[in-house]
Design a protein. Structure first.
Length: 242
């Protein structure tokens, strides 16, 4: 007895079928690429926005705060009341602390979504920003492996640089400024200027207590002295781990 013919009939593949399968495969392969492209575009948009915010903070907000500080210092010079003078000096120191915090935020914004900004780069940027358009010659010397400095220690050290360089630029009348950063058994930062020097009374403000406090927080030391030839020398040291 002959078997009945099969009810399932398969037609041979035609060229149209092959083209359809090829299109489907191409679309499937393109999906990850499209997703990656969208992600890159989104990351780029965020990066551009962060750069815009960082620029606004660094070049507009900081300059406005700096101008307010200069006005207050002019008022201090004319003040005859010791209590008012002391309050104004504290306000100037507070404004400098705000500027330092903004600078730290700017560096962090630059670092988000991009390669981490190194300690050496932060030093160079701080020195350039604080002495820009100033009649002062600067020298920067760095030695040792900058990459061993972590973010926390870097923030402290750059804030100290902001304080010391800012004092030299705004108050000392210095024409020369030297920054030496050495990394060996510990971090050693020395800022020297040829300005008018700093008196014992002056050491109680202008951000000097802040520099000493930062050193104490991380087990380091801060010394402010007058070199033999005059001027001011700030030596700030800190261990790598605390």
């Amino acid at each position: 007895m002959n078997a009945p013919p099969s009810s399932t009939h398969r037609r041979p593949l035609r060229s149209d079928d092959c083209n359809l399968m090829s299109d489907f495969t191409d679309h499937a392969a393109e999906e990850p690429e499209l997703g990656s492209a969208r992600e890159r575009a989104r990351d780029m948009t965020l990066l551009v926005e962060r750069e815009r915010i960082a620029h606004e903070l660094n070049y507009r907000l900081i300059q406005r705060i700096f101008a307010v500080g200069l006005d207050l210092e002019g008022t201090i010079a004319r003040s005859r009341a010791s209590e008012v003078t002391a309050r104004l000096k504290r306000s100037v120191a507070d404004l400098q602390a705000v500027i330092n915090d903004i600078r730290s935020t700017v560096f962090e914004l630059h670092a988000i979504g991009t390669q981490r900004i190194g300690f050496g780069q932060r030093i160079q940027a701080a020195l350039a920003d604080l002495t820009e358009n100033r009649d002062i010659a600067t020298t920067l010397q760095m030695s040792g492996p900058m990459s061993v400095i972590g973010d926390d220690l870097s923030r402290h050290a750059v804030s100290v640089l902001d304080e010391a360089i800012g004092n030299a630029v705004r108050h000392s009348g210095a024409t020369q400024l030297t920054v030496v950063v050495t990394i060996a058994e510990e971090l050693n930062v020395t800022i020297t200027d040829n300005g008018c020097g700093i008196s014992a009374d002056t050491q109680r403000h202008r951000g000097l207590p802040n520099m000493a406090s930062r050193a104490e927080q991380i087990g380091g030391n801060c010394h402010v002295t007058t070199p033999v030839g005059g001027g001011t020398e700030v030596n700030w040291t800190a261990p790598f781990a605390h």
